[in-house]
Design a protein around this ligand. Structure first.
Ligand code: BEZ
Ligand code: FE
Length: 298
């Protein structure tokens, strides 16, 4: 059929999916085509605007290398990554609920971000995971349980954060890991470790996504947070952050990752004996958080 109208054109493109090899791929492409055509019509897109969009996406691709993923940054800053995270967790929770009766939902997930580095050192509970890293010392503690509140012994917390000035080790000179570790819970599901209190920082703005944010009149900052991946056999892996309450940008995260349940009050303490019995020569902070993991459906 030769398209006669705009609706005919959309229909003609959709019809060509009749021979698609995979039904899920066909479903995704059909929705993409419908929304793309509707978007072009809704804003009455002009040819020069379409070309500007193509040049923008080209620049996003050209900004990617083995250290930088500008497309993920684009997805993050448009809220797409967070939408995928939210839907994935809803799906996992629905499956887990079918398998067992949950008393309390699992800890909420948020975006992984680009600074995860596989293979962080395995350290014992109580370790300082950020020796020599700039920032105010902070004692982190809590428990990992299932959604029934039963402790999970031997759960792994894979932890990473920037320093107290907002820089990740990957952004600093040298190739040493810093402020990262894997810690395992004890027999009662407890974890505790020392690190620093993270501060807010901007996502990379020296590329096309930075220009897009600027054009939108948006700031590029994320509130202070520490990343955690929490996993244990038989449980759904959780990728999340703990956010510092009252941090600048807590209400306007550039990547929409803040969830109220992940905001933690960091408590300030004078120098002296810390909860792990150690003597602290300087004032320090503490943050307490209990993680709940969904049980893996059979
Ligand atoms: C991060 O928290 O590390 C991050 C997340 C999304 C984009 C940039 C950074
Ligand atoms: Fe981060």
């Amino acid at each position: 059929m030769t398209p006669m109208t705009e609706d005919d054109l959309t229909r003609a493109v959709l019809d060509r999916l009749a021979t698609a090899k995979d039904p899920r791929f066909a479903e995704i492409m059909a929705a993409l085509i419908k929304h793309l055509h509707a978007f072009i019509r809704e804003v009455d897109l002009k040819p020069d605007e379409w070309m500007a969009g193509i040049q923008f996406l080209t620049a996003v691709g050209q900004a990617c290398d083995d250290k930088r993923q500008e497309f993920i940054l684009l997805s993050d800053t448009l809220g797409a990554s967070m939408m995928v995270v939210m839907l994935d967790q809803l799906r996992a929770a629905a499956k887990a609920q079918g398998a067992a009766h949950s008393a309390t939902p699992a800890t909420e997930a948020t975006v992984q971000g680009p600074y995860y580095w596989e293979g962080a050192p395995v350290l014992p509970c109580g370790a300082n995971i950020a020796p020599g890293v700039k920032g105010e010392p902070t004692f982190y503690s809590g428990r990992v349980t299932n959604t029934q509140g039963q402790p999970i012994a031997g759960a792994t917390l894979d932890i990473w954060s920037g320093d107290g000035e907002g820089n990740y080790d990957m952004q600093l000179p040298g190739d040493e890991m810093a402020a990262r570790a894997r810690i395992q819970t004890d027999a009662q599901g407890r974890y505790w470790f020392w690190s620093i209190k993270p501060t807010y920082y901007p996502v990379p703005v020296d590329g096309p996504v930075g220009r897009m944010l600027d054009g939108m009149g948006r700031h590029p900052n994320r509130p202070g947070h520490i990343h955690m991946m929490v996993y244990a056999p038989g449980h759904v892996k959780l990728t999340t952050h703990l956010f510092v309450a009252n941090s600048p940008y807590i209400d306007s995260d550039a990547v929409f990752g803040v969830r109220p349940s992940l905001i933690v009050d960091f408590e300030q303490h004078a120098a002296g004996q810390a909860p792990d019995g150690s003597q602290q020569a300087q004032p320090y902070w503490s943050a307490h958080y209990d993680f709940r993991l969904d049980t893996q459906a059979a």
